[in-house]
Design a protein around this ligand. Structure first.
Ligand code: TRP
Length: 338
């Protein structure tokens, strides 16, 4: 039997849409493995999602259950992990306020992740303070559960750095060691390209395949994938680099040696896009069919029960950390019935 490691793992998603194959490759697949060996907390970051969707809370609310269904249908188990909703853990926001004192506005403005996000969004000159400060709130997420391992994409590395700076500062200023630094676990698989060939598959670019896509939509998306515009006839030599169908086969086709053969055949000429797309369609239909079926069996009520139960368990842990934090700062202790 494999040993359970002591370290706590925390992962989270902003509930702004259903999860797609990019999430599957980049994180869901990994979480399914991690849940067997670590104590895992998986958070639906609805409060963080509000930082750039504050005017659309309905969208965030609706996607909390959709994302939870995505988790459960791919095999994330509520028996193995604590699945919870950020907004149900008010302790996180008290922690955020204490941490806010330990970082400067200019340090937050220099954060490359936030900078990149600001460029994509249309806040123009009026950046909400809450958006600029979401990395501080994320520090509260990480520290509240004493998580030391954070599986994230590369884009999140600057946020872990900020979290660790705040942790060191907190421990130094309040002369304690209660907060733990965290380590990012960056997946080896790169990000999945969009079906249009753009560097990133995302809901907002409308170029992603969702875990919950019905089979006809999946097929339609695969057959519309960008390949090599100069590969007109089957006998023409084709390009593998930049070819979306190959990028997806790389991510999902198990028989790698056969895939290499297909690539060389395609490059020489003699392998058509249709045959290739049909292979990818078979591969992804086989992957997503059981996921789709499982999703259909999960009722909204069952999801809510799981999230409420997980949130209650998560809250106990966060409460304990908050008590330690208040004590370290030297705030008045409140009674248990307060
Ligand atoms: N920022 C993360 C994302 O956009 C979500 C997130 C919120 C998170 N809190 C976290 C990730 C804590 C890791 C740890 O995907």
């Amino acid at each position: 039997m494999e040993t359970i490691e002591n370290k706590v793992v925390l992962t989270a998603d902003r509930p702004t849409g259903c999860l797609h194959l990019g999430h599957y490759v980049g994180s869901l697949r990994n979480r399914i493995k991690l849940q067997d060996n670590y104590r895992c907390f998986i958070m639906i970051a609805d409060v963080q999602a509000l930082s750039d969707n504050f005017d659309n809370p309905e969208k965030v609310r609706a996607n909390v259950t959709e994302v939870a269904k995505d988790y459960l249908s791919v095999g994330i188990s509520p028996e193995k992990c604590t699945l919870f909703i950020q907004s149900l853990i008010p302790e996180l926001f008290e922690l955020t306020v204490y941490f806010m004192n330990l970082i400067s506005v200019s340090r937050l403005e220099r954060n490359p992740t936030v900078k990149a996000e600001l460029q994509q969004k249309s806040f123009s000159d009026s950046i909400p303070a809450g958006f600029l400060a979401y990395p501080v709130s994320q520090t509260a997420d990480i520290t509240a559960f004493k998580s030391q391992l954070i599986p994230v994409g590369e884009d999140q590395l600057p946020l872990i750095e900020i979290a660790n700076e705040i942790v060191r500062r907190f421990n130094r200023i309040y002369n304690t060691n209660i907060l733990l630094e965290a380590e990012a676990m960056v997946g080896k698989v790169g990000r999945l390209v969009g079906i249009d060939g753009r560097a990133k598959a995302s809901k907002s670019l409308n170029n992603a395949i969702f875990m919950s896509d019905p089979s006809d939509i999946l097929k339609q998306k695969i057959y519309s994938m960008y390949t090599d515009p100069n590969h007109v006839k089957v006998s023409d030599p084709g390009k593998v680099e930049g070819n979306v169908v190959f990028a997806y086969l790389d991510a999902f086709y198990e028989d790698k040696s056969e895939l290499e053969e297909l690539k060389s055949k395609y490059q020489k000429g003699g392998l058509g896009d249709m045959a290739l797309k049909s292979l990818l369609n078979d591969t992804l239909q086989a992957l997503l069919m059981p996921i789709r079926e499982k999703r259909a069996e999960i009722s909204d009520n069952a999801v809510i029960d799981i999230l409420m139960d997980g949130s209650a368990r998560a809250r106990k842990v966060a409460k304990q950390t908050l008590a330690e934090v208040r004590d370290a700062i030297g705030l008045l202790k409140c009674g248990t019935d307060f």
